[in-house]
Design a protein around this ligand. Structure first.
Ligand code: URA
Length: 263
């Protein structure tokens, strides 16, 4: 009797695994992004002493990495070396309001790297990228469309400390931090990069095109194919665009599947 029960439990587990695999392999549509699309991102608590004006909030940082930049030296150092070099960074004013440096998370040998903009309130508290509502959305994108767990990719941001009031990072802040992102990329040597949102796009790639025009089109950074798509936080505010992101992610998955000798 207990043997039968065990067999039944195994069968149920197999069916569950098969369903999960089907979802990961593409028997899904963009509605997999629905549950968190409905969840509204919690607003940050009002800062007790606002440090930025309305004009800085809108200010985009535009420090694109030029092709052939010497910032990028593959294999020169490990991710741990880069973290050590960053230290208890005070290179820009963002250090004053931060709780934690949000360096990055995931597999240091990941084939796929994901680049966002900057830590928000929750990321600053926890010290890990994408742990708030946008992170929940990113997890959906990863698991249900890309078929990957967070631990299988590497996630980092253009800047490592939270800009006050969640404003865009200022050019000087990006200029201080971007070399460390480039060193992270050089250490990891991902074979694909997914770029989330226009701040990451414009700072990582040599383009003035916005994300709406750029998304869905492969680009290149030092020979690494880069796919720009909408930022998960943008999708929370604009759920109508999740289909486009879904398509971009499917293109990434297809290219990922075609990689030889995945690590
Ligand atoms: N948005 C980002 O761009 N990065 C994070 O880590 C969190 C939210």
């Amino acid at each position: 009797m207990s043997e039968m029960r065990d067999e039944l439990a195994d069968l149920v587990a197999d069916v569950r695994a098969a369903l999960e695999a089907n979802r990961a392999l593409g028997v899904v549509d963009e509605s997999v992004l629905d549950p968190v699309v409905e969840a509204v991102a919690p607003a940050d608590p009002p800062a007790s002493a606002p440090t930025s004006s309305a004009s800085t909030k809108e200010q985009p940082a535009l420090i694109a990495v030029p092709p052939g930049s010497t910032l990028f030296a593959p294999g020169a150092e490990s991710l741990a070396d880069v973290r050590q070099a960053l230290g208890d960074c005070t290179r820009c004013g963002l250090c004053e309001g931060r709780r934690n440096i949000v360096f990055g998370v995931g597999d240091p040998e990941a084939d796929l790297m994901i680049v966002g903009e900057a830590p928000g309130f929750n990321e600053d508290r926890v010290g890990e990228p994408f742990v708030g509502a946008a992170g929940e959305m990113l997890d959906k994108m990863l698991v249900h469309v890309l078929g990957l767990q967070r631990e299988q990719v590497y996630i980092a941001n253009v800047v490592k400390c939270r800009p006050p009031d969640n404003r865009n990072p200022a050019p000087a802040e990006v200029a201080s931090c971007l070399p460390f992102l480039m060193r992270q990329i050089a250490a990891i040597q991902p074979r694909l990069i997914l770029v989330l949102g226009s701040v990451a796009l414009k700072n990582l790639l040599d383009t003035t095109d916005g994300i709406t025009r750029s998304r869905g089109h492969w680009r290149e950074l030092h020979g690494i194919p880069v796919m720009p798509t909408f930022h998960p936080a943008y999708l929370l505010r604009n759920p109508a665009h999740k289909r486009l992101t879904f398509n971009d992610l499917k293109a990434v998955r297809a290219r990922y599947d075609s990689l030889d000798g995945k690590r």
